[in-house]
Design a protein around this ligand. Structure first.
Ligand SMILES: [Zn+2]
Length: 280
């Protein structure tokens, strides 16, 4: 079943659990995600970035997830634009069939972020599309090498004002985690999370959810994180499986190594869902 974020996350904060967003840009990764989530009986969010859209074509990404949502009809699935930087890309994703968008205005000053985010919410409203906004900043590995102070933490008061003025359904909060491979002193800033979680009741989103200590991920979920975004861990699983196959086997058949890589994605998805919500 293809649905939006609200239906998937509606009970998550009260229930103290989180749903994973897994990013994809091709068929095999998407299939592995659907198979893993289905085996766990878990709802799942497919994340597609602007780069994924450029790579695969927006219609292809939509069709892949639509088909999977019919094949795995018992599992609620959302197709979510990850880090849409402009109104236009959010509009394009919604018109192409995405059920949810993230508008990332975090590089703009607070008031401009509110303005951009509200514009997307107004467009999405009435179309049954959910919108995630971002406050603070999720560090970019490359930028962080230049500027160690690049991480900006939001206050509880800013989070409350942002949600009130924009009407977003979920809020990504810069908590000190980064996209990409782990940084040397990367950790979740729990004091920031607590302040924001105390101030707002909306589902909170943790970006950069790969390769963090399991204990920290579980603690963040208990504190109000309802969506954990995972990309790097799947890339590691997929590329690792292909690298091994090409080294070990003299094959010319892409179905052989891509099939193994798809299975590696499925296993990584199962591991990650267990890590986020325990064994059940
Ligand atoms: Zn992110």
């Amino acid at each position: 079943m293809l649905t939006n974020l609200n239906k998937i996350l509606s009970d998550a904060r009260k229930g103290g659990y989180a749903i994973a967003q897994f990013n994809f840009s091709d068929l095999e990764v998407a299939q592995g995600i659907a198979e893993g989530a289905s085996e766990m009986g878990s709802s799942v969010i497919f994340g597609a970035s602007e780069k994924a859209i450029e790579y695969a074509g927006i219609e292809n990404l939509v069709d892949i997830v639509k088909n999977l949502s019919e094949q795995f009809s018992q599992i609620p699935m959302a197709l979510h634009l990850d880090h849409g930087k402009t109104f236009e890309i959010c509009q394009k994703a919604i018109e192409a069939g995405f059920t949810s968008v993230m508008v990332d205005g975090s590089k703009h000053p607070f008031e401009e972020n509110i303005k951009l985010t509200r514009k997307v919410v107004e467009f999405a409203k009435g179309k049954d599309i959910s919108v995630e906004g971002e406050l603070g900043m999720v560090a970019d590995l490359k930028k962080l090498e230049i500027d160690k102070d690049a991480i900006v933490f939001p206050t509880g008061e800013q989070a409350r004002e942002f949600i009130e003025k924009t009407g977003v359904d979920a809020l990504a909060v810069g908590l000190g985690t980064a996209h990409g491979l782990p940084l040397p002193d990367e950790r979740i800033h729990f004091a920031v999370l607590k302040e924001v979680a105390d101030a707002v009741s909306a589902p909170l989103v943790l970006h950069g959810g790969s390769n963090l200590p399991t204990f920290d991920v579980k603690k963040a979920v208990k504190m109000g994180v309802c969506k954990v975004n995972v990309d790097t861990e799947l890339r590691q699983a997929f590329t690792g499986a292909i690298r091994k196959d090409l080294k070990d086997k003299a094959t010319l058949d892409p179905r052989e190594y891509l099939g193994d890589a798809r299975e590696a994605i499925k296993q990584a998805v199962i591991r990650k869902i267990k890590e986020i919500n325990g064994e059940h």
